[in-house]
Design a protein around this ligand. Structure first.
Ligand code: PPE
Length: 307
């Protein structure tokens, strides 16, 4: 895997995968005490362009703040420079970027004030997350029997590694049952998000998406809300039930890894025309133009890496 040949930034040094080993006795590994981000860099006429880098790094710092880690040693500008350096050193024009803060040293036990963070940033080429065909024809979803995290069990605004066990449990069952992704309901039974994407539906030309309270505040979600406004769509953030999804004209999901993906079926019910609908197609096309430097917001949202 190309990942293994790449170099990663680790606490200020560029290391090979071989050099960037972590010891078995570290609290992050034992308790899931880490925070991550997922960012994409796209090729553009001006060079490799990182999509909404500052917003992702701000969410990274916010996740660490929510988690309550008080000794994070790096600020946004240091992380931004390190991200650029990682893309440059690996000679990548298009890649997925993974910053990770992990509580690496200090005592075992459950008090994070006795632990010290390390921060790493890796980058690797990562193709379509839910498949090339899914982007064009739509994917199949299963509503999960697992519940999305209650905000007082763990805060959904923070991309804490341990939180993702919930997503992994849900996604694995869906994959084993032959589905592409899984929709998770919140503790009250309303649609929250997918294991790794936010979700939208369309009915009578109005776009609906669940409110922020019980979901990760997706950066792709926020970008699509802006783009939908530009394209003249009415957008409503409100609670959605699973049967509202079943009878929607269109459903689509979005995230950094997944990008913008139409949904053709949920729980064995065909959604709309059973393929990519016109709203998903319009948003997908505007999104891909934007990330490749050809959209209304490209200038504002793309952070170009000098080679
Ligand atoms: N909800 C969840 C639970 C989630 O993990 C993601 C990103 C999103 C929504 C969309 O957020 P944003 O990327 O800011 O638009 N999921 C990341 C993890 C993927 C992985 O498998 O790892 C991602 O897309 O990078």
């Amino acid at each position: 895997m190309e990942l293994e040949n790449g170099k990663m930034w680790l606490d200020g040094k560029m290391l090979s995968n071989e050099e960037a080993k972590v010891p078995f006795l570290n609290p992050a590994l034992h308790y899931g005490l880490a925070v991550f981000e997922g960012i994409r860099c796209y090729d553009s006429p001006k060079g490799p362009a990182v999509f909404r880098l500052k917003e992702h790094l701000q969410r990274f710092l916010d996740s660490i703040h929510i988690f309550g880690v008080m000794n994070m040693p790096y600020d946004l500008e240091t992380l931004r420079t390190a991200t650029h350096e990682t893309v440059r050193v690996n000679n990548l024009r298009e890649c997925y970027i993974r910053p990770l803060m992990y509580l690496a040293r200090g005592s075992m036990g459950l008090n994070i004030d006795l632990m010290e963070p390390s921060v790493g940033i890796a980058a690797w080429p990562w193709g379509t997350y839910l498949g090339e065909e899914g982007l064009r024809k739509g994917v199949r979803l299963l509503v999960s029997s697992f519940t999305r995290l209650h905000p007082n069990v763990f805060m959904t605004k923070a991309k804490v590694s341990g939180n993702y066990v919930n997503s992994v449990l849900a996604k694995t069952i869906a994959s084993r049952a032959g589905f592409d992704e899984t929709v998770m309901l919140d503790p009250e039974g309303y649609v929250a998000e997918c294991s790794g994407e936010n979700i939208f539906m369309v009915r009578d030309n109005v776009i609906y998406t669940p409110p922020k309270a019980s979901i990760l505040e997706g950066i792709t979600r926020a970008s699509l809300l802006t783009i939908a406004g530009d394209l003249g769509y009415e957008v409503v953030e409100e609670r959605i039930s699973r049967d509202q999804l079943y009878i929607a004209d269109e459903v689509f999901v979005c995230g950094t890894a997944a990008e913008v993906v139409p949904v053709r079926e949920i729980d064995f019910r065909q959604i709309g025309i059973g393929g990519r609908g016109p709203v998903a197609e319009a948003l997908q096309s505007a999104f891909f133009d934007t990330v490749h430097g050809k959209g209304k917001h490209s200038e504002e949202w793309l952070d170009i890496v000098d080679l």
